[in-house]
Design a protein around this ligand. Structure first.
Ligand code: ATP
Ligand code: SF4
Length: 323
């Protein structure tokens, strides 16, 4: 039976900036079920990382205003104290980033850093070390024991990402947030990392929120997709809905601009025009200045949500979407 793990209800995040407020995320709602891989895809600056950091309460906490609810396992994370959130981070929701070097301490061996996480669960040092080596084997780290004794700078980018995944696996979270996890890696290593993420879902029923600007990746691993534009969800559906029957003019343009051969070419291509400045945003559609179908109403009224099927919707004034 399908069971919901995470739900965002009308999440809005505004950053206080010099000339007012920048609306980085506006009215974003979606849910992720247990064992589901949910991709958030969009160009740089569309708010993907802001959503991830809001869920884990990792925003810089000096210039943002957050509204809306984040429901995890039926509980509202907004009502959690900072101490309760500490227990959620890592243990219940794990996160891996694009650049693992930023998250690893250069002065400790990688194995020691993974073991520390395991020992939080009151495990002895020896037992923790055994588990580290097993985990390194699980993430297909070549020469596991030796790598556990290596410092971060002694490992390649792909090996460091394996360390991050091992660190996260050590605590078997229910949700893994992977923020551009393979952007810095070559195609072969990327495929291996994706396989590890998929087997994590298959073996532990872990849910995955995959943040990416690479449609090729989405096609390979995701079950559902939210296409974001300028802080809003433009369209959402299953991977088949989005690839076989895109409706929103933005998704359509992205699909058209998507060459098919290699992974590198699966990255989003630039489409004409630029994202509007998100400060003092008025009503209307944020895609209006780039949309080939733009009408007067698009400049003055927020686009309505149009349901295509139970699993598929888009936000647009064109009832049938772009042709
Ligand atoms: P990328 O793919 O480049 O990481 P993204 O889709 O993850 O981009 P965010 O990093 O969430 O996008 O940024 C969304 C918007 O919020 C951008 O316009 C960005 O410039 C702005 N922004 C992000 N962090 C802050 C901050 N601390 N203060 C002010 N503006 C911010
Ligand atoms: Fe284009 Fe208007 Fe639809 Fe926005 S609401 S995507 S401007 S047609």
């Amino acid at each position: 039976m399908r069971e919901e793990l995470l739900r965002l209800n009308n999440l809005c995040v505004d950053y206080r900036v010099k000339d007012g407020y920048l609306s980085a995320v506006k009215d974003v709602s979606f849910s992720i079920e247990k064992g589901e891989i949910f991709a958030i895809v969009g160009e740089s600056g569309c708010g993907k990382s802001t959503i991830a950091h809001s869920i884990l309460r990792l925003l810089p906490d000096h210039n943002e205003v957050i509204k809306g609810n984040i429901i995890f396992n039926g509980e509202n994370l907004n009502q959690y104290s900072d101490k309760q959130m500490e227990a959620v981070r890592g243990k219940k929701i794990g996160m891996i980033f694009q650049n693992p070097l930023d998250s690893l301490n250069p002065v400790y061996t990688t194995g020691k850093q993974v073991a520390e996480g395991i020992m939080l669960d009151k495990v002895t040092r020896e037992e923790a070390w055994k588990r580290v080596v097993n985990l390194y084997n699980d993430v297909k780290m070549p020469d596991a024991e030796r790598r556990a004794n290596s410092f971060p700078h002694e490992l390649s980018g792909g090996m460091r990402q394996r360390v991050m995944i091992a660190m996260m696996l050590a605590r078997t979270p229910q949700l893994l947030i992977a923020d551009e996890p393979t952007t810095a890696l070559d195609v072969t290593i990327e495929a291996q990392i994706l396989n590890i993420i998929k087997s994590l879902r298959d073996e532990h029923n872990t849910s995955v929120m995959l943040i990416t600007h690479n449609f090729g990746l989405v096609a390979e691993v995701a079950d559902k997709v939210a296409v974001m534009y300028a802080g809003e969800v433009a369209e959402q559906g299953t991977v088949f809905d989005i690839f076989d029957n895109p409706k929103h003019p933005y998704t359509k343009l992205l699909m058209k601009a998507l060459p098919r051969k290699t992974k590198k070419e699966g990255r989003l291509q630039t489409i004409e025009g630029s994202v509007p400045r998100l400060t003092g945003v008025k009503r209307g559609c944020r895609f209006e200045n780039r949309c080939p179908y733009s009408m007067d109403i698009c400049r003055t009224e927020n686009p309505p949500k149009i349901n295509v099927t139970d699993s598929h919707f888009f936000n647009c004034h064109l009832e049938k979407g772009g042709e």
